[in-house]
Design a protein. Structure first.
Ligand SMILES: *Cc1c(COP(=O)(O)O)cnc(C)c1O
Length: 424
């Protein structure tokens, strides 16, 4: 390690550099995926003939917005999908997922989740008593819980489909989200899709792909999902997209989501963007690299914690299907100190000290570190933790591995100083 002026002890430095040295194979595997995905994305740009004119801003209705339409096509290719909608007007990942579901479902239909409770922010949109929720529109909802081993209970899913001809959509959440379980591998998803297709052609498959993009060489759309949806301030925006979300999938399914996006009958034909699509294109182009940086940072966090004797999920050398790393800390104090040290590592708002607070919609107090350029962008180094036993922190992101590694070092230094986790 070259000379530096970081406020960390030699002991911490050595501990982290040793952990890094043990991850050569894991890093090489991540870089191979990055190389594959970089080629995939580059090819998509070239095949669509992307040129300067696609970056020009538009105003008003946005009729014939060539930048918008080209971005859709490039992204569809990158996802192995027929079609896509990438829009700054999609406010977040939750709206993208809602669009996918609301587009495909009609009153009287049934939606089933094959991966248990969906991401917190979706609960109201699906089953809440609020105007415009799926429930409010007459869509029934059933949940098939994820068994303790974290693999999908396909027998229960099949049983539900066979028993109820109104089942029209089966929903999967690829990422662990903020739950102590593994992200679903592409192999497991493929197996589930095959079993559903063998039963019926009448059911659409929708995947919440948040945090999953570019972590593997394939996406759920490559292996037969009808629609995937996600956020552009996570993986696919490469840290540069200022806002937005996407849906991608079959032309028919994307068209249905488009009717929900703006106005039925007008769909995807309108929507301008006066700030230029440049950061969306550029962000998508570097997304494979940024995702690899964040995966390496996650692996290093995991390795350091494992070498301290703590429990991690996934393991530092595991194949990954999302960018989240869960770490178990020994106490509430350790958890809080850890999250605060991540905030201190941030380029933005590093002077802020996050505290646990009672966030609306959460049972336990939570503490969050998010010193990000783009508000709430979790492809940037960030951490979240509910204050409850077993004390689990979820970290994700890092625009550069060097930044992620600084985060690991400052976190370890904080734990060493405040809690003596690193024996002398
Ligand atoms: C981020 C995320 C969402 C959507 O969250 P937004 O904050 O609305 O972007 C949904 N599911 C998962 C698994 C996520 O990680």
């Amino acid at each position: 390690m070259p000379e530096h002026t970081m406020p960390v002890s030699d002991q911490v430095l050595e501990f982290v550099m040793n952990a890094e040295g043990e991850l050569k194979d894991a890093f090489m595997a991540i870089e191979e995926i990055e190389a594959h995905n970089q080629w995939k994305v580059l090819s998509a740009f070239q095949e669509e003939g992307i040129a300067q004119r696609h970056f020009a801003p538009t105003t008003g209705y946005g009729y014939d917005d060539i930048g918008r339409d080209a971005l859709d096509r490039v992204f569809a290719r990158a996802m192995g999908a027929e079609d896509a909608l990438v829009r700054p007007q999609i406010a977040n990942g939750t709206q993208a997922i809602y669009l996918a579901l609301a587009g495909l479902l009609q009153p009287g239909d049934t939606l089933i989740s094959a991966t248990g409770k969906p991401y917190d922010t979706l609960v109201e949109a699906i089953a809440g008593d609020v105007t415009g929720s799926l429930k409010n529109m007459g869509v029934s909802y059933r949940e098939i819980g994820l068994p303790a081993n974290g693999t999908i209970d396909m027998e229960a899913v099949e049983k539900e489909i066979l028993a109820n001809p109104r089942v029209k959509v089966v929903f999967f959440q690829r990422s662990r989200g903020y739950a102590w379980r593994e992200a679903l591998s592409l192999e497991e998803l493929q197996n589930a899709f095959t079993r559903i297709r063998a039963l019926t052609k009448d059911v659409s498959i929708v995947v919440d792909n948040c945090y999953g993009e570019f972590t593997q060489t394939k996406e759920p759309t490559d292996i037969g999902a009808d629609l995937i949806a996600g956020s552009f301030i996570k993986n696919p925006g490469g840290g540069l997209a200022p806002t937005g979300g996407y849906v991608a999938g079959s032309t028919k399914a994307v068209e249905m989501a488009a009717q929900r996006l703006t106005v039925p009958g007008i769909g995807r034909e309108v929507g301008s963007y006066a700030s230029s699509y440049l950061p969306f294109f550029q962000g998508l182009f570097i997304a494979p690299h940024v995702c690899a940086q964040s995966l390496k940072s996650a692996a290093l966090f995991a390795r350091v914690f494992e070498n301290l004797g703590m429990t991690t999920m996934p393991h530092s050398e595991a194949a990954r299907s999302d960018i989240i790393q869960a770490l178990r800390l020994p106490s509430a104090e350790a958890l809080i100190a850890f999250v605060q040290s991540i905030q201190q590592t941030a380029p933005v708002d590093s002077f802020v000290t996050p505290e646990p607070w009672a966030m609306p919609g959460y049972r336990d107090q939570v503490i969050m570190a998010a010193g990000t350029f783009i508000q709430g962008a979790s492809i940037e180094l960030s951490a979240d933790a509910p204050i409850k036993a077993p004390y689990t922190a979820y970290i994700q992101g890092a625009l550069t591995y060097a930044h992620g590694r600084i985060g690991v070092m400052l976190a370890l230094e904080s734990l060493r100083k405040n809690l003596g986790v690193l024996p002398e």
